[in-house]
Design a binder for this molecule. Structure first.
Ligand SMILES: [Zn+2]
Length: 452
């Protein structure tokens, strides 16, 4: 187990030590000169030499310290910036590697918005500080895991079928989630004096996608149909309810109908409460890390619904305005676990006494999620080359709306609202038509690839 603080100190000391040795090595030459000039002079030189060595050593030490601090702070600043940048994107991720918080995007939103002072006191900051977190954290973190390593390099690893164009989608169900809405605008542009809100674009695009999918024979469920606030856990509760109905209709409920009704009742509470906080109770059976018994039952049921997928529609934003293009996020067991473990260390919400911390959960359809992401990206960028991203095309992360159900799913960041060209294109109805067409083709490609 590696203690990051200890290793930083060691690095610093090592650098300081090496530099000091280099200065000390000059001493014999200087001593030789001094010897020729007499004893008194020699002792004087020796004093000044030692002073010189000391001053040089101190300067070098300060230089090394300043360098270490510069890089440390720089990294923190980058992390903050990245977190802020992602604040609109529903992400619940980890470190900074991705930022957002785990059991809900709302965790990260709270961090970003800094508007939840109440919670800080509610959540047991004291307890948080008392713990020896470095030690605890080490137990959770897998040093070898790097969520970026698998996904930064885009290689679907599949030979994706070509010529998917306008094909039939009868028999398939798509749950469509237009991100944000109501009091949550999502990302905005310009940053200081917002003229464009992500939530409006998301709804417009999702409605067009709904139209395209429906016209091809698919069944579509929209989780938000107007500009109203719909909490994340409300959306997730809706998703579980839709799946319960489909499973019951198909006679494949993995539990009794009484059990299904019991779960429905609990899910309806999330819809009525319509808030993304632990205190409100709006997270229902989805609160906590890992997966509890109720959620596990729903996951098992949803894994069997192969012809149902979940798509969340969003726009991206880059504070530095350097990124552009399309990006698809998905979840894996690893991306969720890594993020949740990190949150246990970093996020005071996880320190609440009423926050259930369960066993790590394994069982998601990791590969299917990735395949769906690749199919969507390939089709969107294939039809709209200008949306090819200079960022990571298909990336594993931790989003509540993908994490809290067992359906294969993806979060589509259609393009960057912060990028001038992307934004201009997003305002063109022919481009939105292309986006809708491409998403429908991507969905079809996924089902063809899976042969279902
Ligand atoms: Zn968003």
């Amino acid at each position: 187990m590696k203690n990051p603080k200890a290793s930083l100190t060691a690095e610093f000391e090592d650098a300081y030590g090496s530099q000091s040795s280099a200065v000390v090595n000059e001493t014999p030459a200087k001593a030789k000169t001094a010897k020729a000039k007499g004893k008194k002079k020699r002792s004087g030189d020796s004093f000044w030499t030692r002073m010189l060595i000391f001053i040089c050593g101190a300067l070098v030490g300060l230089g090394v310290f300043a360098t270490v601090m510069y890089f440390t702070q720089g990294k923190k600043a980058d992390t903050k910036k990245e977190t802020k940048r992602n604040s609109s994107s529903y992400r619940t991720s980890s470190n900074n590697r991705s930022s957002s918080g785990s059991r809900g995007d709302f965790y990260r939103d709270k961090d970003d918005e800094d508007d939840d002072d109440d919670n800080d006191s509610l959540l047991g900051r004291d307890r948080y500080n008392e713990k020896d977190l470095d030690d605890d954290f080490d137990e959770y973190i897998d040093d070898d895991y790097d969520p970026d390593s698998d996904s930064d390099f885009y290689d679907p690893g599949y030979t994706l079928p070509k010529n998917i164009s306008g094909e039939d989608l009868s028999g398939y169900t798509i749950i469509l989630d237009p991100g944000h809405g109501g009091r949550d605008t999502g990302c905005v542009f310009p940053f200081d004096y917002p003229e464009y809100n992500e939530c409006d674009f998301n709804l417009r695009i999702a409605k067009r996608v709904e139209q395209e999918l429906t016209s091809r024979g698919a069944t579509v469920h929209m989780l938000r149909t107007d500009d109203s606030w719909v909490s994340l856990y409300n959306r997730l509760a809706q998703t579980h309810l839709i799946c319960l109905d489909i499973a019951q209709e198909q006679g494949i409920l993995p539990f009794s109908e009484d059990r299904a009704d019991e779960l429905r009742e609990s899910l309806w509470d999330c819809i009525y409460i319509n808030e993304d906080t632990v205190a409100s109770g709006g997270m229902g059976i989805m609160v906590g890390s890992g997966v509890g018994e109720d959620l596990n039952d729903l996951f098992e049921m949803e894994y069997k619904l192969e012809k149902v997928i979940y798509l969340s529609i969003h726009l991206n934003s880059s504070e530095s305005q350097t990124l552009h293009g399309n990006q698809i996020f998905y979840v894996t067991d690893e991306s969720v676990i890594e993020s949740e473990n990190r949150q246990m260390y970093e996020n005071s919400e996880f320190q609440r006494s009423d926050f259930p911390i369960r066993e790590e959960y394994y069982g998601r359809h990791n590969d299917d999620n990735y395949l769906l992401g690749c199919c969507l990206y390939d089709n969107i960028v294939g039809n709209i080359p200008a949306f090819e991203t200079n960022g990571t095309p298909v990336k594993a992360d931790n989003y509540a709306v993908l994490r809290e159900h067992g359906l294969t799913g993806a979060l589509v960041e259609v393009a960057y609202l912060s990028d001038d060209n992307d934004r201009t294109m997003l305002q063109r109805s022919d481009i939105i038509d292309q986006v809708a067409y491409s998403i429908a083709d991507g969905v079809k490609m996924y089902f063809i690839q899976k042969d279902i």
